[in-house]
Design a binder for this molecule. Structure first.
Ligand code: IPE
Ligand code: IPE
Ligand code: MG
Length: 245
């Protein structure tokens, strides 16, 4: 019996955001290198995408590399970039088979050229897919994104393309890297850490937050269903009272 069978089909979130955390600790526990953990982390991503596609979710955004992650040892950063390139190459076909479209948010222009090229290829090759959108957050952070949005709005005002009175929450959302994508209703973070680490701070304003102790490489489809099940038990009030709902 799987928790999947308990899920209410028409109450699933459209968009799930995930902070995949704990690869390093998982590897250390096994007496292995951090990269061993990252490699097994990729398998967990594959499981979650498959589960998301089966459940017909709209979007899954995964935090794959933050602007702060450049501060890790060069060896790890380089190996992560290489893993990204090999994973995208190896998985594009499976994405297409599962009708999954790839999208990227973050400062991709500042990623290594080889990574940019692979990402672009995969985005083009999956562009026709109409099922789940896998949104990869790479060289991403909320403060970076919000600062960029402010700059873009200021530029529009300066060039008289926008009136200050026209700036509202919707306009602001449209200038973020997630413009056009609905806000996540659910955010999952693994490995027991209880923080956002600069992830989707604007978009998660009203998301349900789900934290679990499982280290990311151990995260199974069943763990994902459990998070969705928990989400379905929450009362989303958006400022109202229970009685009003
Ligand atoms: C998450 O796992 C993956 C990335 C940030 C790339 P970590 O590498 O942060 O694993 P821990 O937190 O050190 O265990
Ligand atoms: C957040 O995880 C970034 C990603 C999952 C890519 P970290 O492990 O880097 O976060 P902190 O530094 O512990 O907050
Ligand atoms: Mg971590």
């Amino acid at each position: 019996m799987s928790v999947k069978d308990e899920l209410i089909k028409n109450k699933l979130p459209q968009h799930v955001a995930i902070i995949m955390d704990g690869n390093g600790r998982w590897a250390k526990k096994k007496g292995n290198s951090r990269m061993f953990g990252h490699k097994h982390g990729v398998k967990a991503v594959k499981r979650v995408i498959e589960a998301g596609a089966e459940l017909e979710l709209g979007y899954i955004t995964v935090y794959a590399f933050s602007t702060e992650n450049w501060n890790r040892p060069k060896l790890e950063v380089d190996a992560l970039m290489a893993l990204l390139v090999s994973t995208i190459s190896a998985e594009t076909e499976t994405l297409v088979k599962n009708n999954v479209r790839l999208k990227v948010i973050g400062g991709v222009d500042n990623m290594p050229k080889k990574v940019q090229k692979k990402l672009q290829e995969c985005i083009e090759n999956t562009d026709h897919c109409t099922g789940l959108t896998l949104n990869l957050a790479l060289n991403y952070s909320s403060r970076w994104e919000i600062t960029e949005a402010v700059k873009s709005i200021a530029q529009s005002v300066k060039s008289n393309d926008l009136n200050v009175d026209e700036i509202d929450a919707n306009l602001f959302s449209s200038r973020l890297t997630t413009g056009g994508i609905p806000d996540p209703e659910l955010m999952i973070r693994t490995s027991g850490e209880l923080r956002l680490s600069n992830f989707l701070m604007w978009q998660l304003a009203y998301a349900e937050l789900y934290f679990c102790d499982v280290l990311w490489p151990d995260f199974t489809k069943e763990n994902f269903y459990e998070a969705l099940f928990d989400y379905q038990s929450r009362e989303r009030r958006f400022g109202k009272t229970s009685e009003q709902l």
